[in-house]
Ligand binder design. Structure first.
Ligand code: COA
Length: 155
């Protein structure tokens, strides 16, 4: 890993919204913009429960983000609350430069400062890059699950 020293990792500010949004859309394209905006506003309005960190390059461009929350429970964890990595993204051209690791470190520091002794996360089955990155940063596989859903017929 070649650390990129021109970048800074910091908490998100209200003026970051329009730069944070396209990164969220890239990570979760199945979610529409209005829903993203609702979720972002919800996180920003509840700083006791949510932390959002961004990485900014020397030109003021945001190149990655990490979202962390406090969850009462997480798979495989023994403590409560648990720091949960809700979202983690680095722009493709900025990957493999240590940005992702620094964002996770900021998320872990946030959780630890709120009394957490464990951190948890998840990824889709088959996201090998995410799995490799989690393992490299000290996470262990706690469970492999398949999520199901169905629409209930109106009665
Ligand atoms: C996962 C992600 C955030 C990692 O960001 P990053 O800035 O590249 O991470 P780092 O440079 O800090 O890499 C940390 C370690 O992860 C592993 N890693 C990262 N990318 C990898 C890849 N493409 N292949 C294999 N291992 C990889 C490496 O072990 C790396 O350490 P090294 O470079 O010293 O070998 C980034 O790849 C990404 O945004 N992916 C698309 C979105 C995504 O899948 N997010 C996670 C959803 S849970």
């Amino acid at each position: 890993m070649t650390p990129n020293t021109d970048t800074v990792v910091r908490s998100t500010q209200p003026e970051d919204t329009e730069k944070w949004l396209p990164m969220r859309l890239a990570l979760w394209p199945e979610t529409d913009e209005s829903q993203h905006r609702k979720e972002m506003a919800m996180m920003c309005s509840d700083p006791k429960r949510y932390g959002v960190f961004v990485c900014e390059d020397g030109q003021g461009t945001l190149v990655g983000f990490a979202e962390v929350s406090l969850r009462e429970w997480a798979e495989g964890c023994e403590s409560s609350p648990v720091g949960y990595l809700e979202g983690w993204f680095v722009e493709p051209t900025n990957q493999r430069q240590g940005v992702g690791a620094r964002l996770v470190q900021a998320a872990e520091d946030w959780a630890q400062s709120r009394g957490c002794t464990e951190m948890a996360s998840d990824t889709n089955l088959g996201n090998q890059v995410s799995e490799a990155a989690h393992l490299k940063l000290g996470f262990q596989v706690a469970a492999e699950v398949i999520a199901f859903r169905k629409t209930l017929a109106p009665r």
